[in-house]
Design a protein. Structure first.
Length: 276
C-alpha cells in the first residue's frame, strides 16, 4: 500500500514517527531511523544533479512491511511513485525510487567531466589569461561539493537499509539496497575525482600564468641589466664638472663605441647563460 502526501510539512507523519523524532527533523539534514513498530523513517534533501541551479528539496518516507508513505513536494518523486504497481513490496518500491532518482546521474557527471576537459584545453592552449577562469573553476567545485554532500547522505541512508538489522526487509529488496549502496559509492567517488581534476586544472593554469609572468620579468631584467652600465656611462660623462676627456677630439665616438661594447658584452653573457 502506498500513500502520497504532497506537502513539505512533516506534521502528517507525526502519528507514525512520534514527537521526539519529528523535532530532530529541523536540525538534521538526513535521518534513517528504525521505529518501534519495525518500520523505517527516512528524510533527506533530494538534489536534481542534472539541474544544479534548482534548490534541493526535503523528502520524507515512512516504510514498513505493509505500506510506504511519501511526504514531499518533489514532482519527480511523486511521478515515479505514481507509476509503480501498488502490489509491489513497500521496500521494493522504495529501492526502485532510489534507482530511478540516480539512473541518469552517471551520464550527467560524464558531461560534467567533458566540460572540465574542454575548460582545461581552452585555458592551457590560449596565449592570454582568460578572464573569469578561476571564478568558473571555483563555481564548478562548489557545484560538485553540493553533489558530494547529497551522495553522502544518500549513502548513509542506503547503507542503513542494506544492513536490515531487524530482518523485516525482504531478501530481494535488501539485495537491491546493496546494489544501490555500491552505485552511490561509485558516483560519490566519481565526484571526488572530478573535484581533483578541477584542482589540477586550476594548478596547471596558474603554473602557465606564472611561467608567462616569469618570462616577462626575465625580459625586463635583461633590459635593466643592459641599460644599467649605459646609465652609469651617461651619468659619468654627464657630470657638470670639467673633465680631461672633454677636450678629446674623439671623445664622443669613444663613448658610442664604449656603449656598443658594453651592450655586446652583456648580450654575450646572457646568451652564454641561456637567459634568452
Amino acid at each position: 500500500m502506498m500513500t502520497i502526501f504532497k506537502s513539505g510539512n512533516p506534521e502528517a507523519l507525526k502519528p507514525y514517527i512520534g514527537e521526539e523524532l519529528q523535532q530532530r527533523i529541523h536540525s538534521a539534514r538526513h535521518i534513517c531511523a528504525l521505529l518501534p513498530d519495525n518500520a523505517y523513517y527516512l528524510t533527506f534533501f533530494w538534489r536534481d544533479v542534472k539541474n544544479s541551479k534548482k534548490d534541493e528539496e526535503r523528502q520524507h518516507f515512512y516504510c514498513s512491511q505493509e505500506r510506504l508513505i511519501y511526504l514531499g513536494e518533489s514532482t519527480r518523486c511523486i511521478s515515479i511513485l505514481k507509476e509503480m504497481p501498488q502490489e509491489w513490496d513497500p521496500f521494493y518500491q522504495l529501492s526502485e525510487l532510489f534507482f530511478q532518482l540516480t539512473a541518469d546521474d552517471l551520464d550527467t557527471l560524464q558531461r560534467f567531466e567533458n566540460s572540465i576537459s574542454e575548460l582545461e584545453t581552452g585555458l592551457l592552449e590560449t596565449q592570454k589569461p582568460v578572464e573569469g577562469a578561476v571564478s568558473r573553476i571555483i563555481e564548478m567545485r562548489r557545484e560538485l561539493l553540493k553533489i558530494k554532500r547529497y551522495y553522502e547522505q544518500l549513502q548513509t541512508i542506503i547503507d542503513r537499509l542494506a544492513e536490515n538489522e531487524n530482518g523485516i526487509i525482504p531478501k530481494e529488496s535488501s539485495h537491491r539496497f546493496d546494489v544501490l549502496s555500491k552505485r552511490i559509492e561509485s558516483l560519490k567517488k566519481f565526484v571526488l575525482d572530478l573535484r581533483e581534476f578541477l584542482t589540477q586544472t586550476r594548478e596547471a593554469y596558474q603554473s602557465k600564468i606564472d611561467i608567462e609572468q616569469n618570462q616577462i620579468m626575465k625580459v625586463f631584467t635583461v633590459l635593466t641589466a643592459v641599460f644599467l652600465p649605459l646609465t652609469l656611462i651617461v651619468g659619468w660623462f654627464g657630470m657638470n664638472v670639467k673633465m680631461p676627456e672633454y677636450g678629446w677630439t674623439y671623445g664622443y665616438p669613444y663613448v658610442i663605441v664604449l656603449s656598443i661594447v658594453v651592450c655586446g658584452i652583456c648580450g654575450w653573457i646572457f646568451k652564454k647563460k641561456k637567459w634568452f
